[in-house]
Ligand binder design. Structure first.
Ligand code: NDP
Length: 287
């Protein structure tokens, strides 16, 4: 039976470390770090992520502000807002909650955030730094995964890490982190055009599922003793719940946990780690 990697517990450790560093800064007479979040439109999931980010910031002493706009805001208004925030010396980190309404070019918006304030690590300069192994902001979800492995004493050097999913926010940056000197995994990235995916997944010492499909990873795709990290967040109908649904990951947890050595739950796994890294990045931005 797999050992559970408790994302809530590990993220609480990181948050208390950030809190201690923020307190030290303030004791030295410096301003507390400040994060500005831009929320456009009415997407309930985005609203709840933004709320969680603001609450987590407050808890560690990071100031934050959420600027909310109707989905009718124009692209040029968003770009002008970012230009102002880039120049504002009281704003350390800027985060534009994605996805954006379809009339706004997401990449253009990401490119307009000053790389020194890019706490989501989505700007091409931040991504470039990550690829060449330079210090800089950490991509939140991938760095959260690496922290989970590190804090659970799971070795990564020479291990075969198979990542299912090649998105710009999870799969690709995670592949770069796992390849980094010091982490030293051998990395394979799979996606929807990978024909022999189950066969490749079965070779993984560390298997990461970042697909967005409930229960995609079944027990027959997992090697005995593998470490399984479930990034997916999927809603499935559940009439026994008051809200009519529950959240599940991309992994068939019940069956896979009988085979894996370590596994992350959903919820309470990778999700809380993502926010913890965002706080680390905001603290870094203030330095
Ligand atoms: P994307 O939709 O951007 O990417 C999904 C990836 O999965 C794509 O690369 C896609 O391949 C691949 N994929 C889809 N279907 C299949 C299939 N049948 N076989 C193989 N590969 C497939 O999603 P994200 O990376 O943004 O997110 C993935 C999941 O993680 C979602 O559930 C999301 O909610 C969750 N998430 C959780 C976070 C957290 O903090 N816990 C943070 C970010 C995301 P292709 O490129 O070929 O289309």
């Amino acid at each position: 039976m797999a050992q559970l990697i408790d994302g809530k517990l590990l993220s609480a450790q990181i948050r208390s470390e950030v809190k201690a560093d923020v307190e030290k800064r303030v004791q030295l007479g410096k301003r507390a770090p400040f994060l500005t979040v831009v929320l456009i439109g009415e997407d309930p999931a985005s609203a709840s992520y933004v709320k969680a980010k603001a609450a987590a910031s407050a808890e560690v002493g990071i100031g934050s502000d959420t600027l909310r706009f109707e989905s009718s805001i124009s692209e040029s208004e968003v770009l002008a807002l970012l230009a102002r925030l880039n120049e504002d010396p009281n704003v350390d980190g800027i985060l534009v909650q994605l996805p954006l309404p379809s009339h706004i070019d997401e990449q253009k918006v990401i490119n307009a955030i000053a790389p020194t304030k890019d706490v989501d690590c989505f700007h091409p300069e931040s991504v470039g730094n990550l690829v060449i192994g330079m210090d800089g902001f950490q991509p939140a979800t991938p760095a959260g995964i690496v922290e989970m492995l590190r804090r659970s004493n799971i070795p990564t050097a020479g291990k075969h890490c198979v990542i299912i999913g090649r998105s710009n926010i999870v799969g690709k940056p995670l592949a770069n982190l796992m390849l980094k000197k010091g982490i030293d995994s051998t990395v394979t990235v799979c996606h929807s055009r990978t024909p022999n995916l189950p066969e490749i997944a079965r070779q993984a010492d560390i298997l990461v599922a970042a697909i967005g499909r409930a229960h995609f990873v079944t027990a027959d795709m997992v090697k005995e003793g593998a470490v399984v990290i479930d990034v997916g967040i999927n809603r499935i109908d559940d009439p026994t719940k008051e809200r009519g649904y529950r959240l599940v990951g991309d992994v068939d947890f019940e069956a896979v946990s009988k085979k894996a050595s370590f596994i992350t739950p959903v919820p309470g796994g990778v999700g809380p780690m993502t926010i913890a890294v965002l706080l680390q990045n905001t603290l870094k931005a203030s330095r």
